[in-house]
Design a binder for this molecule. Sequence first.
Ligand code: NAI
Ligand code: MG
Length: 485
Amino acid sequence: MAVRDEKLLIGGAWLPAESGETFETRNPATGEVLARIARGTAGDVDRAVDAARRAFEEGPWPRFSPADRQKLILGLADLLERDAEQFARLDTLEMGSPIRHTRGSVAMLVDLLRYFAGIARSVEGTTNRPSDPGTFACTVKEPVGVCGAIIPWNGPLWASVLKLGPVLASGCTLVLKPAEDASLAPLRLAELALEAGVPAGVFNVVTGFGAEAGAALAAHSGVDKIAFTGSEATGRRIVQASAGNLKRLSLELGGKSPNIVFADADLEAAAKTAVIAAFANSGQVCSAGTRLFVERAVHREFAAEVARIAGTLKIGDGLDPETDLGPLVSARQLERVCGHMDDALAAGAAPLSGGGRLSGAAYDKGFFFPPTVLVEARDDMRAVREEIFGPILATLPFDSEDEVIARANATEFGLGAGVWTSHLGRAHRMARALKAGSVWVNCYNRIDPAVPSGGIKASGHGREYGRQHVEEHFQTKSIWIDTTV
Ligand code: NAI
Ligand code: MG
């Protein structure tokens, strides 16, 4: 048993939850209990926020120069690289994602930390030019303060690193609340942060349930900013909870992203990518391309090709290096996805592949659902309007550019959008017309440390990755000097 098991990290010490209670976390491929996790509640959040406040105001952290912070983040990146395989296995074991996928994700996160380390050195204020010649004015950037992060289970290490990196780069401090279905990688990351020399209280982890630890963190008057990734419904609760002290928020919520294929596109590449866009991580991806609009002339053939490729994906335990798709994260998630499936069938949609929970000896103990490609779907079906967060893709024929723009945008969400065409002018027109935080042309779901990512409308606000992500952790202070005295 590791020292962190059944503990919270508060002020640099591993402590049991005040409640004394723990809960189980399971492997979704086998149903086995992997570990017990401390059930943090409001009192633990209080202790963690106090520790984060002290670390922000006093001790070594406020004296770290940008160069010191850069060095610290680079050190943490090296440790993550050293332990990459362990982290990949932890995420695969706890949330089911295939090991090939989690390995790739750790490598990207090492690079992401190194990117943030660079930004730590280059955040600058301005020298301004007031109209009054007797004044001098400039701006300085100051860290926002104590940050809270509430993260989902679909990429536990990914979300933890994405929240921690900018906090370290900016000189803020953090209380992280992992998802109850996936706390192991965040806890291990906290251990690594201590090893890297992150001062006590700069990074705190309070595991527990959303309605307990999460709600307490979102409402806490000692927290200056919350970064939340998760469902739209919980996002709304976090907005309400933030009103108490009017804390700053960044929200990365769900999506129902369109992926639009014109008949003039490279259809082979479009079909291959459409499968990955919808089914990677078993569809548990916020920017999954789940509404596949295909120009009518090629719709039938294209949908059949997507279903054929989907049928070749190997489904199984994520630890098997041959596995393309693992299980869904939990029994609860499987139940939600099955509910959407029943709904879609009842509404008249027809599956070209998949269509219901997988059964058989290899699947019965886990939560497996096959990649499902629907035809005969309509824009107004629940499965076409709501985020499913499972491997269900609706194909929808369209006739014209204007029509598909209107239909693609007719959603409360606006996270990502894909466009496939060989027509340059159309690519540019579509990129501007689609209402989404990211548009991918002849590709899908590209992510890079240097490129901002985030949503509009009900997909949230604020941007992660890129310079802006770090800058959202600063406030601008204006300093005025009367130069006439
Ligand atoms: P959720 O949004 O409830 O959970 C995300 C995080 O919020 C977890 O850490 C949870 O403990 C916390 N949380 C829950 N209630 C809270 C509250 N009242 N105050 C503060 N924190 C709270 O998502 P859940 O229930 O795991 O999944 C439901 C659906 O949400 C999925 O089917 C999917 O559609 C969507 N989702 C979207 C994600 C994304 O990346 N955009 C990630 C996870 C889920
Ligand atoms: Mg689990």
